[in-house]
Ligand binder design. Sequence first.
Ligand code: COA
Length: 121
Amino acid sequence: MNICTLEISIDGYELIDIVALDSNQLIGVCKLWLNDREILSECHLEGLFVAPSYRGRGYGKLIIDKVIQLSKDNGKDTIVLQVHETNSVARTLYASYGFIEYSDPDDRGLIDCYLRISEPH
Ligand SMILES: CC(C)(COP(=O)(O)OP(=O)(O)OC[C@H]1O[C@@H](n2cnc3c(N)ncnc32)[C@H](O)[C@@H]1OP(=O)(O)O)[C@@H](O)C(=O)NCCC(=O)NCCS
């Protein structure tokens, strides 16, 4: 399995597309936005997805490991994301990394989470 990244700068927005490949098969994706928030020390994880036939084999964790490394490499100290209240698999995954859920679900059922990465987790 390989994890590849594509750094994109578009009209002042900086993001990194992360793709996980098994041979030539795309098995997982994620986006890391570096500056779409007002707080410059934060970055925003969005769109984590592992192909259904590859789930439960640790690829989600490998992608998050990469996200954390990229966040540190870009001088960020906090990763933020939103997760749906019914998404128990993702909530368990994020909790295992120490993500803190800090809001009640909004009107779409989304909960805000953050992970501080300045200290070892
Ligand atoms: C969430 C998702 C990315 C996890 O990817 P994955 O490759 O299956 O995850 P991993 O195999 O690395 O598992 C990581 C952890 O997730 C949790 N997990 C995975 N599958 C689970 C299941 N069926 N039930 C409960 N928890 C589960 C566990 O905490 C697991 O850690 P463990 O193996 O040490 O117990 C994947 O299920 C997915 O793409 N879901 C649809 C899209 C989505 O919900 N994305 C998140 C949006 S916020």
